[in-house]
Write a protein that binds this ligand. Structure first.
Ligand code: PMP
Length: 429
């Protein structure tokens, strides 16, 4: 290869990103992928290599689903304004989506990102309770706004965590078994007492019903009951962040909170809602909505615009017409069986919640996280043409969360490749 001087060498796309976007912009994998096309559960990179997408939940009904693409294009060609004008589509959508929700939830605010939705939800709870304390887990992510990033464990907020935020230990079924949720509830009760003593009081507990970002700890229906009792005794609200489990991914249920068996006061949704078009929502009961709307006159320029509403409606049409929730249940059961059949000396636990899986790897009796091994394993899978990633406090858990059209045949391709990659990935001495 010719040796070019730095100035003569063509700028790589990674370098161009740093020049134009600044440093530390996250990418996946040691060699970031340059994906140029998607269709269904498949992605193609710029060199024409095909990957099975076992990871992306935003393309919920499959990458570039023609019905969603058509709905966006058709509406974009007619009108795109905002909710200060009357338009039927956003109303049709809220009516249809709240039809999937119980617990008196019948109203919505549409916005553009999960972060915004969670930010609004937190302020709703504060407006309703007149208190400001917030509880979340200590290994989570609920968004990138000022309020939601104060709950995030990835980077501590500048100046430290605000005094009205209490972070309780995230469930970790491998290291700290808590099969009936009483340990978690005790942590929440302790945090409530601290918030009371500090004069904040509890406004809300915000959590993802499957604890996805926490590493998908095993929890079972009823697990949250003791926590729910503690929160309601303190007059706090329960916010279910359904950004990850919502829209049928659980297979058995449309929502994570219905699967876990609790009644949220506020539900937030985002990512999979419009198959990649940026839409999110806060859903709640009329009493909570009225208090919030009176306390803050909320308006969002892009939230609930006619094109977004068309994308949302089309995504829901596909979920229903293609029976994707039922399909997720079948695929999930099959893939779970295949994952349980994997044999490897470092494999500690296979966990799942619907079409969402975590496979944790550790070394030694003290369960040291096999973080580097899982990083190598993921790279090996990408080389083999399979896109997945890692989750959990120590990033030592494989994260598998494919688009919903993923079938049992796709699951077999993935499991076969995993068997092969597990054989090939060097085990640390
Ligand atoms: N909540 C959860 C549970 C998430 O995982 C995320 C994003 N990964 C968000 C909220 C934030 O959503 P967004 O990136 O759309 O702001």
């Amino acid at each position: 290869m010719t040796d070019l001087s730095d100035s003569a060498r063509a700028e790589t796309m990674a370098e161009r990103r740093i020049r134009l976007m600044g440093p530390n912009v996250p990418t996946f994998y040691r060699t970031p992928l340059h994906i140029v096309r998607g269709e269904g559960v498949w992605l193609w990179d710029a060199a024409g290599k095909r990957y099975l997408d076992c990871y992306n939940n935003v393309a919920h009904v499959g990458h570039c689903h023609p019905r969603v693409v058509q709905a966006i294009a058709t509406q974009a060609a007619v009108l795109n304004t905002h909710t200060r004008y009357l338009h039927e589509s956003v109303l049709d959508y809220i009516e249809r989506l709240t039809g999937y929700l119980g617990h008196g939830i019948s109203q919505a605010i549409l916005c553009c990102t999960g972060s915004e939705a969670n930010d609004v939800a937190l302020r709703m709870a504060q407006a309703v309770t007149g208190r400001t304390g917030i509880i979340a887990t200590d290994n989570t992510y609920h968004g990138n706004t000022a309020a939601t990033s104060a709950l995030s464990s990835r980077r501590s907020p500048i100046g430290g965590y605000p005094a009205n935020v209490r972070r309780v230990p995230a469930p970790d079924s491998l290291r700290h078994p808590d099969p009936d949720g009483t340990i978690f509830a005790a942590h929440v009760s302790h945090a409530i007492a601290e918030l009371d003593r500090a004069g904040f009081g509890l406004s809300a507990l915000m959590l993802c019903p499957v604890f996805a970002n926490e590493g998908l700890s095993t929890v079972t229906p009823g697990w949250l009951d003791p926590t729910v009792r503690a929160v309601s005794a303190a007059g706090g609200l329960l916010i279910a962040d359904e950004v990850q489990p919502g829209f049928g991914r659980m297979g058995s249920h449309f929502w994570g909170h219905d699967w876990l068996g609790f009644a949220p006061d506020i539900v937030t949704v985002g990512k999979p809602m419009a198959n990649g078009h940026p839409v999110a929502a806060v859903l709640t009961r009329p009493d909570i909505m009225a208090t919030f709307r009176q306390a803050f006159g909320y308006f969002n320029t892009f939230g609930g615009n006619p094109v977004s509403a068309a994308a949302c409606l089309a995504t829901l049409d596909v979920i229903e017409d293609d029976g994707l929730q039922a399909r997720a249940a079948v695929t999930a059961a099959h893939l779970m069986e295949r994952l349980h059949a994997l044999r490897h000396p470092l494999l500690a636990e296979v966990r799942g919640a619907g079409l969402f899986f975590g496979v944790e790897f550790v070394t030694g009796a003290d369960l040291t996280p096999a973080t580097d091994f899982v990083a190598d394993l993921v790279e090996g899978m990408v080389e083999r043409g399979f896109i997945l990633n890692r989750i959990g406090r120590h990033a030592n858990t494989l994260k598998i969360r494919p688009p919903m059209p993923f079938s049992t045949d796709h699951a077999d391709l993935l499991a076969d490749a995993l068997e092969d990659a597990l054989r090939a990935t060097p085990v640390p001495a």
